[in-house]
Design a protein around this ligand. Structure first.
Ligand SMILES: O=C(O)CCC(=O)C(=O)O
Length: 271
């Protein structure tokens, strides 16, 4: 079973992110890459950076026809074990976003904090970003501002009406120093974990190589996914329907006793 080392856990808490030693085997990565190619074929009208809720099979109600291959990845016991190392024994899966940046014109991801538009209270989350291809400085890897999560403050974000961005929200100028940025380079099958308050972004992909990360989102069982806060939201540039978003309790208990695990599970597979 994969497990974060004490040093990896300490680094996650100190820096807001970590790249664990654990990685997926090559055969698994290759199967996931085929699943990705299928996902892209099934969604010709969706930019590949915006494959939200890709883990929900069939028409996911958020404009994407997803695949259970990504749900299987999100439920992978090794990955859940890693997440448990930083958010504790109660793990709830609530999201999965495939950020596939095609060669040449892959969109920029503006600097942002994930927590800005998520209906999770208290706000807590660990994202696991799984690289399906090389992700490096040349093709627009994830960039992070270590330690930017520590104050647990959400800074001002400004809306941008551009159509060439992964998300249309960018941290307001002066809220952090871009010189502190670290490039999170990953080989296929490697992954990084990051905290909900940590500032991160990615440059456009102008290279000849595709760059894909599957972002898996997990909150602790001590938090509530409050569907009334943002039932439907398109402000980030990605249409979401939090009112109908299914939750999966992957480990432990729902300590709030108020998370609804029935909503959104009734869709007909493949519909
Ligand atoms: O892959 C990217 O470009 C952005 C990923 C991201 O913002 C996230 O996983 O929270």
């Amino acid at each position: 079973m994969a497990m974060l080392s004490p040093d990896e856990i300490a680094r996650y808490h100190a820096d807001g992110w970590v790249r664990p030693a654990f990685q997926l085997p090559a055969a698994r990565v290759s199967a996931l890459r085929s699943a990705l190619d299928d996902l892209i074929r099934r969604n010709p009208g969706v930019r590949p950076e915006k494959l939200v809720s890709a883990h929900i099979e069939g028409d996911n109600g958020e404009g994407v026809r997803g695949s259970s291959d990504f749900l299987e990845l999100a439920r992978d016991p090794d990955i859940v074990e890693l997440v448990s190392g930083v958010i504790g024994e109660d793990v709830i899966l609530w999201g999965c976003h495939v950020f596939c940046k095609p060669p040449v014109d892959g969109f920029e991801t503006p600097w942002h904090q994930d927590g800005h538009y998520w209906p999770i209270r208290p706000l807590a989350n660990c994202t696991v970003w799984v690289a399906l291809e090389e992700s490096d400085i040349g093709n627009g890897c994830l960039r992070v501002i270590p330690g930017s999560h520590r104050a647990q403050v959400l800074h001002e974000h400004l809306h941008e009406d551009r159509t060439d961005l992964t998300l249309q929200q960018r941290m307001a100028p002066g809220t952090f120093d871009e010189n502190d940025a670290v490039d999170v380079e990953l080989a296929p099958g490697q992954m990084s974990l990051h905290d909900v308050y940590m500032i991160h972004g990615a440059r456009p992909n102008t290279s000849q190589r595709r760059r894909t990360g599957v972002a898996l989102r997990y909150m602790p069982g001590s938090s509530l996914f409050d569907r009334s806060l943002r039932p439907v939201d398109g402000k980030t540039g990605v249409p979401v329907n939090f009112a109908q978003r299914p939750l999966w309790l992957l480990r432990g208990e729902d300590r709030t006793g108020r998370n609804d695990f029935r909503v959104g599970h009734g869709r007909v597979p493949g519909a």
